[in-house]
Design a protein around this ligand. Sequence first.
Ligand code: URA
Length: 214
Amino acid sequence: MGGTAGMPGRDCPRCPRLVEFRKAWRKKEPTWFNAPVPSFGPEKARVLIVGLAPGVQGANRTGRPFTGDYAGVLLYETLLRYGFARGEYKADPDDGLTLTDCRITNAVRCVPPENKPLPIEINTCRDYLKATIAEMPKLKALVALGRIAHESTVVALGAKGSAHAFKHGGKHTIGDLALFSSYHCSRYNTNTGVLTPEMFRDVFKAVRGFLDGA
Ligand code: URA
């Protein structure tokens, strides 16, 4: 099973439904990554972005968060714009893109059927989110993408959900950390206009402003 505190092993057995789904995809697409997706970016970053879970043909295929997912196009473009990434995003983990002062993880590390992790899977995988947060010595800000990531991050930080409701563009202070929240940059949200690129950029602009003033 392997793994470390912040990273489940390739054959993590903790969520039976996700194990079955992983097995099915390994059979169907044996060249794909098909395993819990590790966080991307330096541990000494000041910012941690928390996504939902790998997309089946995106991070689950490529092994890098948001890479190959539709959602990754807007995310990486925005990170490049605000100086949190360098290089060129080519939807390929070998594209040479690097993250600067920023790291990306997911609330749930394994791909869930229909992009919908169950509450028990979110709770189980939170151990890895907590450990990921704990292994970042310079962390100052987190950016939650979507309500599920927001709620799981609030609990991972030891706070009460009722005191920190999700709101797009919201900013909460939890201990000595700032939690910024955005609607998820999914294809569904951008196609329906729930989230425009400008709304998404404004969140990262606020994070950049917060860091510059810190
Ligand atoms: N890809 C990820 O890695 N995470 C998400 O939340 C969505 C797509």
